[in-house]
Design a binder for this molecule. Structure first.
Ligand SMILES: [Zn+2]
Length: 411
């Protein structure tokens, strides 16, 4: 029932897909797809659905989300030439009032669809034809209540979303000389799917969540966000930590939703590093994670621990309290948004991914795939949206406080 609800009334606001093969990245500045009118359509479908099909001359990064006043679905591309675009030719829907194109300050192109009733994005997918290189973006909208729609709208002023400044101001007026670099680490991937529940994989769920968090963080304007993986591939624990170091991360956050064999566990838990796991559950999970690095026969865990341990010793006096402050703030904000978290939400464990020498790091167990209600939450876009909001708020507040603390430490 819940799954049916989530696919039919999915309220996914944001689909963010980066085209990340190097050849495409290299030409990303000039990457401009042409809109192809032939075969493109916005059409009413059965069960009060709307199908949006856009043909493009090539694949480009895109995102899809909703905005209010008036209620709109925004499709943004990096970028598409909509010259000669005619909404009368494209539109055969009573549920979409009009379609307008514009160019955003950051060079992206936007197609804005004004809705006659509240709708949510139920799916969005771009497919590329390997022979012709042409791409088709297929988006489906499903009806939602006005209340549900409101929940999906980004709280940030959309006009401000694209004002990229070298110096971002945070709410209390503290100025950052650089944007805060956040590395998000969706757990598992490739031959290591993590926990399984039916046909759902922890690796897939965490990647989707990480992409949604990334989008929300970018909208907060003060973050640069990097993902340790953007598709379903294996990344060793060592490579995840190295990725964070190479990207000069200010923060490293690992995302998991593991299953436990024994007992029942509910809700989100946030882990920070400790020399020794604080309880049996932490130990079990820590063990599960360390085992992942053995899967492709590259056991670097031993070496990593030796190096990491020395560095932890050196850095822990400053870094660990900052990680702990983030963990506490994260639980506070998630509790506020979600209404509940794990009964013992702050834990300490010796996960390898947390052993970044001088980067404040936390591991978020979003929920437990072995618990049905947690699984239901993870596939429920409304719940995820609340989670993402809490996550973003926690980071924004942490940056404010951490910046103030840093100034105090220097004085
Ligand atoms: Zn995991």
């Amino acid at each position: 029932m819940t799954r049916a609800r989530s696919t039919v009334v999915t309220l996914l606001i944001v689909v963010f897909q980066l085209v990340c093969t190097s050849s495409l990245l290299a030409q990303s500045n000039s990457a401009l797809a042409e809109f192809i009118e032939e075969g493109s359509v916005i059409k009413d479908r059965l069960w009060r659905q709307v199908e949006i099909k856009l043909n493009l001359s090539q694949q480009v990064p895109y995102r899809v989300y909703v905005q209010s006043s008036p209620n709109r679905v925004l499709l943004e591309f990096g970028s598409v030439n909509f010259q000669g675009f005619s909404d009368t030719k494209l539109l055969s829907s009573k549920r979409v009032r009009n379609a307008e194109t514009s160019v955003l300050p950051n060079g992206w192109s936007r197609l804005s669809l004004e809705l006659t009733k509240p709708f949510a994005v139920t799916s969005a997918e771009m497919k590329r034809d390997a022979n012709t290189e042409k791409a088709t973006l297929s988006v489906w909208l499903g009806p939602v209540t006005e209340e549900e729609f409101k929940d999906l709208v980004s709280p940030y002023n959309e006009e401000e979303n694209y004002t990229v400044t070298a110096e971002a101001e945070t709410k209390n007026g503290l100025s950052h000389t650089k944007r805060v670099r956040v590395v998000l680490d969706p757990g598992h991937g490739g031959e290591d799917p993590g926990a399984l529940a039916g046909n759902l994989k922890e690796s897939d769920l965490m990647l989707r969540l990480a992409l949604e968090i990334k989008e929300a963080l970018l909208r907060a304007e003060i973050f640069d966000v990097f993902l340790t993986r953007t598709d379903d591939r294996f990344v060793s624990l060592r490579d995840r930590v190295e990725f964070a170091t190479e990207h000069q991360a200010d923060l490293f956050i690992s995302l998991h939703a593991d299953a436990i064999d024994k007992g029942v566990a509910y809700g989100t838990t946030v882990y920070t590093l400790s020399e020794k796991a604080s309880d049996e559950l932490s130990e079990t999970l820590a063990h599960e994670h360390d085992r992942a690095s053995l899967l492709v026969g590259a056991d670097l865990t031993g070496a990593e621990d030796t190096i990491a341990d020395i560095l932890i010793e050196m850095a822990s006096t400053e870094t660990l309290p900052r990680s702990e402050a983030l963990a506490e703030g994260m639980i506070e904000e998630l509790l506020f948004e979600l209404g509940s978290v794990n009964a013992k939400p702050l834990r300490k464990a010796g996960f390898s991914v947390l052993k970044s020498p001088d980067i404040p790091s936390i591991l978020v167990e979003v929920g437990f795939l072995s618990t049905q209600s947690d699984l239901d939450n993870l596939i429920d876009p409304i719940w995820r949206n609340k989670f993402v909001n809490g996550f973003r708020n926690a980071l924004v507040k942490w940056v404010d406080k951490d910046t103030a603390d840093a100034i105090r430490r220097r004085q």
